[in-house]
Write a protein of this length. Sequence first.
Length: 229
Amino acid sequence: MRSHAKAAENRTSHPQSLSLVKRFLFIIVICCIQLIYIPTSNRIDGGIEPKLALDVFPVWPVWVVPYVLCYPLWLGSFLWAMFKMDDRMFRSFIMAFIITCAVSVTIFITFPTYVPRAAFSGSDVFTSLLRFIHENWGRYNALPSGHIYITALFAFFYIRWHPRQKLFWILILVIVSLSTLFTAQHYVVDILGGLLVALIGYYLGLRWMGIIDRQARAGNSRLLLPPPS
């Protein structure tokens, strides 16, 4: 135990600074792991539909807007972290994403889940976009929701990095969660699963860099909350 704590302390006390190129390459690694989502989302049979009795949400095509706006949000958040996040937190950030994406992809492969395609009437822009998504994007990899665990990881780290943005990121996470339900892309259990794997990845990312150990030694028991500003 002491050797583990000492190793963690050495990583946090004397980390080798990551260059911008290395930061970019680490983000590419994360993207490559997550892109395994694409072939595994196109299964043609098997798996289960993780639908619960409370999954009675209507389809509101307008919710496709926040659903697709996640992609530029993620891109901007990655770029901001790459250029501005301090080295120790960035290492934790990267490790958390690697762990979360790897665990999720493993679940996708070993425990396939799906959401059936929905039928839509109407020709407005929102309905047309949602119909395109349902007809052309893979229906598997429902549990855990990628929209949720990616957005949640950004929320956790950005709240820790900029505590004053807490309400902003909580609102984003709520809106994204609702968008996955009102577009018939996910079920409630998919959202809960996404939050769970994101929390696990977040905790292990902080633990890997010794941030949690250091807070514990300082008497800070709020392990998953932002440190005092």
